[in-house]
Each structure stands twice: as structure tokens, then as C-alpha cells.
Design a protein around this ligand. Structure first.
Ligand SMILES: O=C(O)[C@@H](CO)OP(=O)(O)O
Ligand SMILES: [Mg+2]
Length: 455
């Protein structure tokens, strides 16, 4: 009943108008399971390889017809006849077929599309909703694993015991590569830590977003221009001014900064780091070259001044030494998320765990390229007390996989971008449906997951 009969793929388009891969897989007499692969702009250099055509005459070299062909031929040949309900076997088959460390032969975009479409196909065949299917895959995966020694699990003890609605981490102001380098830092986010339900959290977010637009308009900063992820993209005089505006918008919404709604940053510092001189260049708002120590001091001052609870990629993907210092200084006060640092890769996360670097990992399916490997990283994070944050990419589509996945695994936090773009709202709206549908089966822990931080 769950045997794969048919595999199809096509080139479709993401929220930046870039081509991307859509895969459809069918089991006998069932409707197709379908997945569309997202794509990043501020990518880490250790991510699995996204296969692009590099034909300058088609979409500036961004076409994905080679990846699509790989699904239609090699992947289809390998998967037809396989059991779609055995996710691990499907993913192992894909890894074996590709045969490279970084999925560069078939393309992580081709492989992830097939991996996820198989999960959806088995859901169709077994008449399950996506969230039920992902929950089943997650619990099968957990049951198959033994012998992992929990080191500091207490820090994340609320996570992954069962399904839960995530704390949304929502971008209000965009900078860096997502908004034409108007600011150096990439995301200025809000986390509605004091809300008691996901719906309340999201209503606060929408209200704050609206207030922020009005404030930016009033101050002459065009509160209508938005970045790739729907956050406002104003040109401000310095990075900290963005935080001040966001704090002002929280207050204007009648909420208390810190208690109700905290602040998060994605510094994305890999993208203004110069490895040769080992310095960080804040160019968008002046001409400053900072050492890792300078950046750490600056971030510490910000944490002292603003209600910041989470900092992503405070230092660059190669700066393990700086990252370790950052963790020593701020790891007990804020969530320190490794995105470019870990790229959802178990080996890199293991290096972080062993060296006590960061305390949280961003989880992006297409950084690693199969569903099973994503779950492996998630499991490793939780076992070692690292907060996982499931995340979208800056190039997204109507695909809502991450919303179902974050609920199914109880991972606790979701970062998707802002309310100003429909490919983001597709996920946020799916969470509203899931909250209603699952009710007590998927509680909302909100900021409770941060109870171990000294704030
Ligand atoms: O840096 C990030 O966290 C992501 C999503 O915000 O951006 P991108 O998909 O461009 O890598
Ligand atoms: Mg990031």
C-alpha cells in the first residue's frame, strides 16, 4: 500500500523569483505527496550543495533543470518500488545513490525534495495529516536510537517530550543580504515569550508589526519597504537604532518589552567577516573594523541595555575561538544560535557540543538535505541541552513542511520571517490551524523554554 509507484519533479519558483525544485511521489492508487525545496541567500559555506544549472542565459545561472532531471531519472529509478513509509531506508537510499559528502552530485535540492515528498506520499497512502506523519517518523526515529548520554538535558527539558506549538521568532526589521545591506545585522526579531497561546502570540506579533510600520512612516523611514523575509527594510543610522524602533513598537502595541515580548537578533556575521584579517566590518552604518572581542563587548552591552533573549551567528562560521568566548560571556544569559556555524550538520554540532560552543542550533532541512539527517541533528541538540530552532530560508514557497515538523517534533521554536509576505504566513497560518486541531495534544510553552536563562 505504501510502495512508491511514481516520482515526478519540476522547476517551480520561490519568493525571490528564483527557480527551485518541486517533487511529487505517489504510492499505488493515492494522491501525490508533494514538497518544494527552499533556498537561502546568506548561506553557510558548509551547507549541502544546491545544484544549479549555471547556464547564464536562464535565470542568471540559477535554473534547476539538472536537479529536476536527477529526480526524474536516477532518483525515480532508485525509489520506485521502495516503501515510502520507511523514511530511514528512503533517505539511506538517497545518500548512497548520491555518494558524496555534501550531496553535490545529485544536488541537496533534488535529494531533499524526494525525501520530503516520500514522507508526504506515505501520509497520503495511510490517510494521515502531515503533522501526524511527521510525529510518527519522529517517534520511530527516537525509538530506534539508544545509548545517547544526556549531558545537560535539563536546559531543554520542555522539548520534544511530545508535540507542541512553537514560540515564533519573527523578523520585524531586515538588514544584511536580505535587504540590500541597509544595515549590517540581518534580522531584528521579536519573541512573544509572555503569550499564553500561539494565537495570542501571533496576534501580538501582527499588532507590533503594524505599529512598527506606522512608527517608521512617521519618522520618515518608509515603513512600507520590506526585505526578502517580509521585515521592514529601512535605512537607519546604526544597527542599534533598529532595536530601539522594535522596542518602541512593542510598547506602542501596549505590551511590555522583555516580559511580554523579547528581542532576538540574527547578526549573520559570517557575511561581514574578513577571515584574512580576522575582523568584522560594519560597513552599512559606518566604516568600522572590529575584532571578535569588540563584537562580543558590543553584544554584551546590547544584552545589558535591551531585552534580548536570543542571538544567532554573533560570530562567523569559522571563528570557533571567538564563538567559544562569546558562549562563556553570554551563554548563561541568552540563547546563542549557531546557523552558519552548524549548518544543521551533526559533525559540526558535535564539535560545538564537545567544545561547549553556542547553546542552540538552527535547523534547516535544506542545509543538510534529508528528513532523517535533520531529525538526527534535532535529536543530538535536545540530548545535549541545545535549544533547536526550526527555520525557513529567505527564499521560500507555499510549502508548509516546517510548520508541521516543528509541531510534530516539539522542537519548541520556529523562525520563518515576517508577516509581510504570504510564503511566511502560509506557515504561521498552518500553526493556527494546528493549534485548533490538536488542542491539548500540542501545548504552547512559549517563553517557558527559556526558564534556565539568567535574565
Ligand atoms: O540566516 C538565516 O537564518 C536564514 C533565514 O533567515 O537566511 P538564509 O535563508 O538567507 O540563509
Ligand atoms: Mg541565520
Amino acid at each position: 500500500m505504501t510502495q512508491i509507484e511514481y516520482v515526478q519533479a519540476r522547476e517551480v519558483f520561490d519568493s525571490r523569483g528564483n527557480p527551485t525544485v518541486e517533487v511529487e511521489i505517489c504510492c499505488a492508487n493515492c494522491r501525490p505527496g508533494r514538497a518544494i525545496v527552499p533556498s537561502g541567500a546568506s548561506t553557510g559555506k558548509f551547507e549541502a550543495v544546491e545544484l544549479r544549472d549555471e547556464d547564464p542565459d536562464r535565470f542568471d545561472g540559477l535554473g534547476v533543470t539538472r536537479a529536476v532531471e536527477n529526480v526524474r531519472r536516477e532518483i525515480a529509478d532508485a525509489l520506485i518500488g521502495q516503501d515510502a513509509a520507511d523514511q530511514r531506508a528512503i533517505d539511506d537510499r538517497l545518500l548512497e545513490l548520491d555518494g558524496t559528502e555534501n550531496k553535490s552530485r545529485l544536488g541537496a535540492n533534488a535529494i531533499l525534495g524526494a525525501s520530503l515528498a516520500a514522507a508526504y506520499a506515505s501520509a497520503e497512502a495511510q490517510q494521515q495529516s502531515p503533522v501526524e506523519r511527521f510525529a510518527e517518523i519522529w517517534s520511530e526515529y527516537l525509538e530506534s536510537q539508544t545509548g545517547v548520554e544526556p549531558i545537560q538535558r535539563a536546559r531543554t527539558s520542555l522539548l520534544a517530550k511530545s508535540m507542541s506549538l512553537p514560540l515564533p521568532m519573527v523578523n520585524m526589521i531586515s538588514g544584511g543580504l536580505h535587504a540590500g545591506r541597509n544595515l549590517d545585522f540581518q534580522d531584528f526579531l521579536i519573541l512573544p515569550v509572555g503569550a499564553t497561546s500561539y494565537r495570542q502570540a501571533f496576534e501580538w506579533i501582527v499588532t507590533i508589526y503594524r505599529r512598527l510600520g506606522q512608527i517608521l512612516n512617521k519618522t520618515g523611514h518608509e515603513g512600507t519597504l520590506i526585505g526578502d523575509e517580509g521585515g521592514y527594510g529601512p535605512k537607519l543610522s546604526c544597527n542599534s537604532e533598529a532595536v530601539k524602533y522594535v522596542v518602541g513598537a512593542i510598547e506602542a502595541a501596549g505590551l511590555t518589552p522583555g516580559d511580554d515580548v523579547a528581542i532576538g537578533l540574527d547578526v549573520a556575521s559570517t557575511h561581514f567577516y574578513d577571515a584574512e584579517s580576522n575582523t568584522y566590518h560594519l560597513n552599512a552604518t559606518g566604516e568600522e573594523a572590529l575584532s571578535a572581542d569588540d563584537v562580543i563587548n558590543m553584544l554584551e552591552r546590547w544584552v545589558d541595555t535591551y531585552p534580548i533573549v536570543s542571538i544567532e551567528d554573533g560570530l562567523a562560521e569559522d571563528d570557533w575561538e571567538g564563538w567559544k568566548k562569546l558562549t562563556e560571556r553570554l551563554g548563561h544569559r541568552v540563547q546563542l544560535i549557531g546557523d552558519d556555524l552548524f549548518v544543521t550538520n551533526r559533525q559540526r554540532l558535535q564539535q560545538g557540543i564537545s567544545s561547549q560552543t553556542a547553546n542552540s542550533v538552527l535547523v534547516k532541512l535544506n542545509q543538510i538535505g534529508t528528513l532523517t539527517e535533520t531529525l538526527e541533528t534535532l535529536r543530538m541538540a535536545i540530548d545535549h541541552g541545545y535549544w533547536p530552532v526550526v527555520s525557513a530560508r529567505s527564499g521560500e514557497t507555499e510549502d508548509t513542511t516546517i510548520a508541521d515538523l516543528v509541531v510534530a517534533t516539539g522542537a519548541g521554536q520556529l523562525k520563518v520571517g515576517s508577516v509581510g509576505r504570504s510564503e511566511r504566513l502560509a506557515k504561521y497560518n498552518q500553526l493556527l490551524r494546528l493549534e485548533e486541531l490538536l488542542a491539548d495534544r500540542a501545548p504552547y510553552h512559549g517563553g517557558g523554554i527559556f526558564s534556565s536563562l539568567q535574565r
